[in-house]
Design a protein around this ligand. Structure first.
Ligand SMILES: Cc1ncc(C[n+]2csc(CCOP(=O)(O)OP(=O)(O)O)c2C)c(N)n1
Length: 650
């Protein structure tokens, strides 16, 4: 009996784990299982939100993989994992699926701790080939040559260097590794680059596909007759490939045996092909062609980008449900970035925009549309995005390289080696800095303050509101500044409905006093400072006078401001939407030690543990730095002071 508020179809409700799928159903029943699985995903996601198009696109692939392979003994590794909803539902999580991405609910991505079927934790892209290869080599070294290892990777994720590093290594290992390339021509936005063109070429080569189908047919027939038949088939197949593809198949050149392209929505054929591939040793790649949003008419007809993660929608009409507030609302920080970069670039011809595969997520798509020659989506390639920007900067350009904070972790060496050491004026706009919300730990922008502030030559800043973001973006491109410049800002809306303020220069390394006070100083950085401002009102009602200082820069620190604070206050709270270890609060403690001050400092921020998923306010509260938690912390700090004074007096 299930407790799920969502009802599964007749076949799907009999599947708790993939063994049920394999044992209870014939291959001919798989299309019906797929229909029910698709309906279930549509039901839940339309009401609860989450990623959508990608999971619908791999329904058949998911069912076929769990049917053809002996999961979890055989290792199935999903790349990125935003497409693994069908996998979750078939692997023991159907009943809890409605808690997907909710606070304390199941994760929106595969996660080792959540299920034995989630062989590798994901969220960031392009890890699947390397991880599955590692598993395959480990199996071989334990003498287990039967276990299968399958990496499922999208054409978008395949654009990353990491995916090629994995292929390059796998091509010289003899391990049982199957890479399933799920080719839907889409990343979140349309996929980009030469690889995309190459995959389209193979998919549309009629001669190759016709002959390939015939060989496959033969292979299917003969592989059942044992090793000698397999040898014959391999020879035939090899000769056809080398004639038709003239050794030009990218994957074949990397020692992979390339199969496909095949229709990734024909579950029966797909299952048979996968069963056959199980018997072929060594590294191999199956190229599946699928459609994002498959089986849901509005998504098939509409923009795949819109249906990537549409939020809640009416499943009957396909209408995406948006609450329209009565009063003007503050814009998202990403949109302030998107419009402001165009405004700046109109005046400064040196400005260029760079995003690794996040044009809509970062709103750089506004510039890509307005100035297509000056804004680049470089694919899922954060390292390249940074070094490409560095190259632009060597020639006098001022690139604004927009990368989500957590994805920037990929390009750390490039920031140091290619940008900071050479003092190149690349402006890094780090979106989704701080807790990222429902995407959870893989996506939290937790560490950027800590890992950026130790790099020489970098300016590291964070705006508290839209006006500050615009001013920082303006300052970063000024001739007299010319420094590597980090501007971090969070997911979601700011605080200023009237955000289009005139831009003015900010003196680098200066903070601002936002509210005066006398009992306790709250030092903040970035948007989370607005929580501190709210906390001040609560504290006032309790008779506590709190000051708020917005540091604005973590590097260089505003030493004049800090001397003022340490000269005036014995009690200081630091607040940041980022990890406590090594963060802004740590910088303040270093300042205190370096200058011989002695104050009680309490640091608030993300603790030294993995913070799971939930809404941003839920996570700020859990981590102890929303308005309420800040006021509680301040009250405690101040009352400890009066307690100890009372004690001393007595
Ligand atoms: C390192 C990294 N950069 C960016 C992203 C954001 N991202 C999530 S899914 C996605 C598109 C993936 O495209 P593809 O692999 O083709 O899968 P599809 O959505 O088409 O199924 C991107 C860019 C990410 N998860 N990881």
């Amino acid at each position: 009996m299930s407790n799920s508020p969502f009802k599964a179809g007749e076949l799907l409700s009999q599947i708790e784990i993939p063994k049920d799928l394999r044992e209870k159903f014939d291959v001919e029943q798989l299309p019906e299982v797929c229909d029910e699985l698709r309906d279930f995903i549509i039901d839940v996601v339309s009401q609860k939100g989450g990623h959508f198009g990608a999971s619908l696109g791999v329904v058949e692939l998911t069912v076929a993989l769990h049917y053809a392979f002996n999961t979890p003994e055989d290792r199935l590794v999903w790349d990125v994992g935003h497409q693994a909803y069908g996998h979750k539902i078939l692997t023991g999580r159907r009943v809890n699926f409605h808690t997907n991405r909710k606070y304390k609910g199941i994760s929106g991505f595969p996660k080792i701790k959540e299920s034995a079927y989630d062989t590798f934790g994901v969220g960031h892209s392009s890890t699947s080939i390397s991880a599955a290869l590692g598993m395959a080599v480990a199996s071989a070294s334990k003498g287990d040559h039967d276990r299968q290892h399958v990496a499922v990777i999208g054409d978008g994720a395949m654009t990353a260097g990491l995916a090629f590093e994995g292929l390059n290594h796998a091509g010289v290992e003899k391990s049982n590794l199957l890479v399933v390339l799920n080719d839907n021509c889409m990343s979140i936005d349309p996929n980009v680059g030469a690889l995309k063109d190459y995959l389209t070429d193979i998919t549309t080569s009629h001669t190759y596909n016709k002959v390939k189908d015939e060989v496959w047919h033969l292979l299917g027939k003969m592989s059942k007759f044992g090793p000698s038949a397999r040898e014959i088939v391999q020879k035939v197949e090899q000769s056809i490939k080398s004639t038709l593809l003239k050794d030009s198949n990218l994957f074949e050149s990397l020692n992979f045996r390339y199969f496909g392209p095949i229709d990734g929505h024909d579950v029966i054929h797909l299952t048979k092909v996968l069963e056959d591939l199980r018997d072929i040793p060594g590294p191999k790649i199956l190229h599946c062609v699928t459609q994002k949003g498959k089986g849901y008419a509005p998504a098939e007809a509409g923009s795949p980008t819109k249906w990537h993660a549409p939020g809640i929608f009416n499943k009957d009409t396909g209408e995406i449900i948006k609450v329209s507030p009565n009063s003007p609302q503050p814009p998202k920080y990403q949109d302030v970035f998107g419009h402001t970069i165009v405004e700046l670039a109109e005046k400064n011809p040196k400005i260029m925009g760079v995003t690794p595969a996040m044009p809509s997520g970062s709103s750089l798509n506004i510039m890509m549309k307005a100035m297509p020659d000056r804004a680049f989506d470089v694919g899922i390639a954060e390292q390249h995005a940074v070094t490409f920007s560095a190259g632009l900067a060597t020639q006098g350009m001022i690139p604004y390289c927009n990368i989500y904070s957590s994805f920037m972790q990929r390009a750390y060496d490039q920031v140091i080696h290619d940008v900071a050491i050479q003092e190149l004026p690349v402006v890094f706009c780090l979106d989704r800095a701080g807790v990222a919300g429902a995407d959870g730990p893989t996506h939290h922008g937790a560490y950027d303050i800590a890992f950026m502030r130790c790099i020489p030559n970098l300016v590291v800043s964070a705006p508290m509101n839209e006006e500050e973001l615009r001013n920082l973006m303006y300052t970063a491109q000024l001739e007299e500044v010319k420094l590597p410049f980090v501007i971090r800002y969070p997911r979601g809306e700011g605080v200023m409905p009237e955000w289009k303020t005139p831009m003015k220069k900010v003196k680098i390394g200066t903070g601002r006093k936002v509210i005066s006070g006398s009992d306790v100083a709250i030092l903040t950085i970035g948007h989370i400072g607005n929580e501190a401002v709210s906390a001040v009102q609560t504290l006032k009602k309790k008779g506590i006078s709190a000051a708020v200082y917005d540091l604005r820069f973590v590097k260089p620190l505003d030493e004049v401001l800090l001397h003022e604070v340490f000269g005036k206050f014995d009690h200081i709270i630091t607040v940041e939407d980022g990890c406590i270890q090594g963060g802004m609060g740590s910088a303040v403690l270093e300042f205190m030690a370096d200058h011989g001050y002695n104050a009680k400092v309490q640091r608030l921020g993300m603790p030294d543990r993995v913070v799971e998923h939930g809404s941003q306010p839920e996570l700020w509260a859990e981590c102890g730095y929303d308005a309420e938690a800040i006021s509680v912390a301040a009250e405690k700090l101040v009352s400890k002071q009066s307690d100890s004074h009372a004690g001393m007096a007595g």
